[in-house]
Design a protein around this ligand. Structure first.
Ligand code: NAP
Length: 242
């Protein structure tokens, strides 16, 4: 049976690298994204260039109706067998006392509620089994002091979500795991106000450099695939030793 995998936030960064890698590994792919149509189209072109089928669906993962539409669209490719819960945001880096309530709510909305809504759709639809990978963060165990504690706390919730879902869904043939990236070279750092963070933080990373999106994509692809058939509830750290 063909693997049909949904990658949320598949237009840029880790999600785009994952969509490209999974297509090369033989998955048909539906990517979700929020607003960057040009970036989504470029990823879609790359998916189709591998000979796999692809869809790019604008879908804000915080909206249950849009999530449902993403899963309905993906079903046109065949029964959905994989979900990469990846669409995520940070907020401006800074001290905890400066955190704005709007930023806090948005981080919870996208990184937690969005993941839950997508996992729920996947769990309901994967009636013949499947695999879910949640993209967490090394921040979950580091706490991100002086940067974004609220984001770290939400990523810790992602790890707990992974554990609970893994146990509840394993009897239904659905494996749930997570990856916890460290500092990866994507646009997310510019959005948090520190575009050069992958280079400026390199000195405190044991491997001495930031990671590349494809290095995270490789871990996600392994967790989704048959070589991880006995792996459930794992949080695989891809953080250069951080
Ligand atoms: P990125 O380059 O900023 O890309 C984010 C992606 O998510 C884009 O495709 C964006 O689509 C999409 N997105 C954002 N909000 C969305 C929403 N509400 N609904 C649907 N799509 C939405 O980010 P990234 O660095 O690849 O991060 C991906 C995941 O890895 C996130 O969960 C992040 O927390 C996690 N992570 C990243 C790092 C890192 O250092 N980069 C480290 C640890 C964990 P549009 O472009 O259309 O807005």
């Amino acid at each position: 049976m063909t693997s049909v995998t949904i990658v949320t936030g598949g237009s840029r960064g880790i999600g785009a690298a994952t969509a490209r890698r999974l297509a090369a590994a033989g998955h048909d792919i539906a990517i979700g994204y929020r607003r960057d149509h040009t970036a989504a189209k470029a990823v879609l072109d790359d998916i189709q260039a591998t000979g796999r089928r692809g869809l790019a669906v604008p879908a804000d993962t915080t909206d249950p109706d849009q999530v449902q539409r993403l899963f309905d669209a993906a079903a046109d490719l065949g029964p959905v067998t994989g979900l990469v819960n990846n669409a995520g945001i940070t907020s401006p880096i800074g001290p905890f006392t400066e955190l704005r309530t709007d930023d806090l709510r948005q981080v919870v909305d996208v990184n937690l509620i969005g993941y839950v809504l997508c996992a729920q759709q996947a769990a309901r639809r994967m009636t013949h089994g499947g695999a879910i990978v949640n993209v967490s963060s090394a921040a979950a165990t580091l706490g991100s002091p002086g940067e974004y504690i609220h984001y770290a706390a939400v990523k810790a919730a992602t790890d707990t979500l992974t554990l609970g879902l893994a146990k509840e869904l394993a009897p239904h043939g659905i494996r749930v795991n997570a990856v916890a990236p460290g500092i990866i070279r994507t646009d997310i750092h510019a959005l948090s106000g520190v575009p050069d963070r992958p280079d400026s933080a390199a000195g405190r990373i044991p491997l001495g450099r930031a990671g590349e999106p494809d290095e995270v994509a490789a871990a996600i692809a392994w967790l989704l695939g048959p070589d991880a058939s006995y792996t459930a509830g794992a949080v695989l750290r891809v953080a250069g030793g951080l």
